[in-house]
Design a protein around this ligand. Structure first.
Ligand code: GLA
Length: 700
């Protein structure tokens, strides 16, 4: 029953050959029509000294049919039915989506594979489900989503990181063998962001063919890219199931998280623009369509030292600077004087706030700002009333000692009493106070994720989603930030129910350049929390001039993270200036197409955002310029015939160490046509290390 399924989006095609199992034949540039001879022209030879039949690299490769690399499914029925082989029994196509149903009548398993090629963004999503049709339990070890790639995809770009060092990238050849990452931390993690890129040799920001992947899941995962010995290659991703974590009773079903994929023939820019568009249209939902308010978050300003009068003074200063949302971070609840106690006791500390929180919120509101509050609902401190009353609510394994993390434990969200308590507490806070924003933190990994003795990362993750969903339902106007010691829980699935990520606990602008760049491959600027910190960074002790800090923060969802009462007037004026600059351009920053320019100088990071008639470009000199003179900035305007007004928006005042005469255009407004800008470009001033400039282009 050979036939083709052809899904089409605006620019791309996904062609799947259906035989015994479905197999992707093409995923990339749009194909107008499928020729009759395509079947014949794509038939593979059979090589010597191997199996006598052709083995398809199917959408769920099977050990039992001769796929010797990682299979898409692993499991057993008390030691039996461990090598299932499926047959396609039904195909349901609706425009740009298809669902395949496959069955193994021996192992009594039914597999469902869902694929959808989003028309507007060209993003492909894939999910796999397994149903147990047998009379006995099926112990599922793994159910991943596999997508094949053409053989010229021979270079990999993957992510690694740690606390304060998220979204770091690594490149490697992808010709033999492969790459694998396993995340067992119980949250999306700083270490193993579930995303990777595979592309043609030397693919860059602007050039080359690239396939990008992201698994939308906030628990454990496995993600791999493999080259088989026959040269065929694939990416595979799914939930990492712990031993015994998924046991399916008769008629029970396991559904994998969504794997998102995307193709581009214009380098990484083509990927990030598609992912960002997809996120805007299909993932993130803002309760009210309004500009993203500029934040002040109190954490690095006052830490646990909460004095309402002082906080109100901070709020007054913040409002003067142009801040629109004021967030009280950790330290406001009973007994929370440091990081060793009180998590779980979500009641206001009336010693610190003798008059309640209401006067502070009223003051914040009077100053024209929204009010937000920090919580870390999934956690409990050993030194807390909650732990003393309910030690059995801890996610753990009886009979073992479990190490604490940041002196705290994780709560078992699948425990009904615990879930209800957390909902009640959060619901009460959101009902009692005029809170429009929660910073939802999660500051440790899951070490013994046991619920009633059974492994429970899956259940815990689903329960977390459920808790957030229930709160969203009860308080649809409240926005939530997903924070996990900075960027430990950043993924599409959590973003379906939250509106912002705290990208990193590191506010060091130089570090942030790399973190935010890595994040921008998947997420649009309006969900990327980016704050100006004090001149000496709290996490690195590095000092940066306000130019570098301001420019770096203004490209995301901007905020400040400091104590404005203590900052010198000169700094306050500068914060105000960068906030104003952000506000001036946020319509563009938060709706435009982001891009990065391949720099001639490897010590530069050049990125921008464009709409049909405007563009804002940031050039950041990360380290000493590679050469005495910078290369011209060549700008790919979509409309090469149009004329643009080019103007410098921001330039470091300190940048006179390496340059005795600045390019004259810096003080003028240039008029240049798209092709001049693209092919010849504009000269840049010589920038000092760790400084940045911004240029604006307006189509005439
Ligand atoms: C985590 C967060 C910080 C801050 C502290 C408070 O580290 O990432 O932004 O909220 O917790 O304890």
């Amino acid at each position: 029953m050979n036939e083709f399924i052809h899904l089409q989006s605006k620019n791309h095609s996904l062609i799947i050959k259906t035989d015994r199992v479905p197999e992707v034949l093409h995923w990339g540039t749009k194909i107008a029509q499928i020729d009759e001879d395509l079947l014949l022209s794509t038939e593979r030879p059979i090589s010597q000294a191997r199996l006598d039949v052709d083995v398809p690299l199917s959408l769920c490769p099977e050990l039992g049919s001769g796929h010797f690399n990682a299979p898409g499914i692993e499991g057993h029925r008390d030691g039996l039915d461990w090598a299932p082989v499926f047959n396609l029994v039904a195909t349901n196509q609706s425009r740009n989506a298809v669902e395949f149903t496959l069955r193994d009548d021996v192992a009594k398993l039914e597999l469902t594979i869902d694929l959808e090629l989003d028309f507007d963004s060209d993003v492909l999503k894939k999910r796999t489900s397994l149903k147990n049709l047998g009379d006995s339990r099926y112990y599922l070890g793994k159910l991943s989503s596999t997508l094949p790639l053409p053989n010229h995809a021979n270079e990999l770009m993957t992510f690694h990181g740690r606390w304060c060092h998220e979204f770091q990238t690594q490149r490697q050849r992808f010709e033999h063998g492969g790459f694998m990452q396993e995340n067992r931390r119980g949250r999306t993690s700083h270490e193993n962001f579930p995303g990777l890129f595979v592309g043609s040799n030397g693919f860059s920001e602007q050039n080359g063919q690239v396939w990008g992947f992201h698994l939308g899941w906030s628990g454990n995962h496995q993600m791999r890219a493999d080259v088989r010995s026959d040269g065929r290659r694939f990416v595979q991703a799914g939930e990492l199931l712990l031993a015994g974590e998924s046991i399916l009773d008769t008629d029970e079903c396991y559904q994998s998280p969504w794997l998102y994929g995307c193709y581009s023939n214009s380098g990484l820019n083509g990927i990030s623009q598609r992912f960002q568009k997809f996120v805007r249209q299909n993932i993130v939902k803002f309760p009210v369509d309004k500009p993203r308010p500029v934040h002040l978050n109190t954490w690095e300003g006052i830490y646990f030292d909460h004095k309402p009068e002082y906080i109100m003074q901070m709020a007054s200063e913040a409002a003067e600077m142009g801040v629109e949302r004021f967030i009280i971070d950790d330290g406001w609840f009973i007994g929370r004087d440091g990081e060793r106690a009180a998590l779980g006791d979500w009641y206001l500390d009336e010693v610190k706030y003798p008059n309640g929180l209401e006067p502070v919120i009223a003051h914040v509101n009077e100053k024209g700002m929204e009010f937000g509050l920090w919580v870390e609902p999934e956690m409990v401190s050993q030194d807390s009333n909650l732990y003393r009353n309910h030690p059995e609510w801890v996610l753990g394994l009886q009979g073992y000692h479990q190490p604490s993390g940041r002196w705290q434990y994780v709560l078992d969200l699948q425990n009904e009493g615990c879930f209800n308590y957390l909902f009640e507490r959060l619901n009460d806070l959101l009902t009692r106070y005029n809170i429009t924003y929660l910073k939802w933190d999660m500051n440790r990994e899951l070490v013994q994720p046991g619920h009633q003795g059974r492994p429970a990362v899956h259940g815990q993750t689903m329960a977390l989603y459920h808790l957030v969903d229930e709160l969203n339902k009860a308080h649809p106007d409240v926005e939530i930030e997903s924070c996990s010691s900075g960027g430990g829980r950043i993924d599409f699935e959590i973003l379906k129910r939250t509106q912002r990520f705290w990208a990193s606990d590191c506010n060091d602008a130089l570090e942030r350049q790399a973190i935010q760049k890595g994040m921008s491959y998947f997420f649009p600027p309006e969900v990327m929390g980016a704050h100006i910190g004090p001149d000496e960074c709290h996490s690195t002790n590095r000092r940066h001039h306000i130019n570098m800090r301001g420019v770096t923060a203004l490209g995301g969802h901007m905020g400040v993270e400091l104590d404005p009462v203590k900052e010198p007037q000169e700094e306050i004026e500068a914060f105000s200036r960068y906030i104003a600059l952000h506000k001036k351009y946020r319509h563009l920053l938060h709706s435009g197409r982001s891009f990065r320019i391949d720099p001639a100088d490897k010590n530069q990071n050049i990125y921008g955002v464009e709409s049909d008639d405007e563009m804002l470009i940031t050039v950041c000199q990360l380290a000493m310029p590679d050469h005495a003179l910078p290369s011209p900035l060549r700008i790919s305007c979509t409309d090469t015939d149009a004329k643009y007004q080019v103007k410098l928006v921001e330039m470091p005042q300190i940048s006179f160490q390496l340059m005795k005469q600045r390019p004259k255009w810096l003080d003028k407004t240039l008029t240049l046509s798209g092709d001049n800008l693209k092919e010849i470009g504009i000269t840049l001033p010589i920038l000092d290390p760790e400084s940045a400039l911004i240029v604006h282009l307006q189509k005439i």
